[in-house]
Design a binder for this molecule. Structure first.
Ligand code: DHB
Ligand code: MG
Length: 220
């Protein structure tokens, strides 16, 4: 089986699991693609998977690092509901502008707040008296370990931290790689190893976006 099969199975699962209403979120990806954004958004089944994780712990506040076109932000907004809040950080003002349009089109503008700036500049400005139930780390991978430290500061026992792209086609186990993103993932993993503040695991995934994976951490 190849990447073509993984994509075909994603399409098959989309038909089964993604409702017509949810499929409308894809307009965000279409607009993103038309604007020349990289195709780095989570897939529909991944977005819904993340949404269900939020629902399982009755999350009301989600922090996302890396907005891109706002696609996952919309899934999170649906998860937390009208009385919830999603704060999402985007470094690129043009991407943030399109994300705002996409989020508004999806009717999530009252739930999602986009903060424009570098993650490491914005994170220290977030009040620590309003903690988050879920943090999704999906920005520049080189800073993953730093985003993780901020996520710990901004969460409470029982919060869930999810990190995207921790496998990167298997490159994560190549010790000779000079890819900075892979080095970022490895540095993050090293931080998590034997970290008593969390209980954590990682899951490899295949699909329309190729071979990658998520790390999931439960804050103790
Ligand atoms: C890349 C970033 C992502 O967040 C993603 O999901 C896939 C790829 C990247 O920068 O290559
Ligand atoms: Mg990603």
């Amino acid at each position: 089986f190849s990447n073509a099969t993984w994509t075909a199975v994603d399409n098959y699962h989309d038909e089964i699991y993604i409702t017509k209403d949810e499929a409308c979120f894809d307009a965000a990806n279409d607009a993103s693609q038309a604007a020349g954004h990289p195709p780095h958004n989570v897939t529909a089944t991944q977005g819904k998977f993340l949404q269900i994780i939020c629902q399982m712990i009755k999350a009301k506040r989600v922090l996302e690092i890396g907005t891109l076109g706002g696609y996952s932000s919309i899934w999170f907004a649906q998860a937390v509901g009208a009385d919830g809040q999603v704060v999402t950080i985007e470094v690129d003002p043009e991407r943030a502008e399109l994300a705002q349009k996409n989020i508004t089109k999806a009717g999530a503008q009252n739930v999602v707040e986009i903060k424009v700036g570098k993650g490491l500049d914005v994170l220290p400005t977030l009040p620590t008296d309003h903690l988050y139930d879920v943090v999704f780390i999906d920005a520049d991978k080189i800073n993953n370990q730093h985003y993780y430290e901020w996520a710990l500061k901004l969460t409470h026992p029982g919060s869930v931290i999810i990190v995207d792209n921790v496998v990167r086609g298997g490159h994560v186990i190549d010790p000779t790689t000079n890819e900075l993103s892979v080095q970022g993932v490895r540095a993050f993993n090293q931080k998590v190893a034997n970290d008593h503040r969390v209980t954590a695991s990682a899951l490899q995934t295949v699909g329309a976006k190729g071979y990658d994976g998520f790390a999931i951490l439960l804050v103790k």
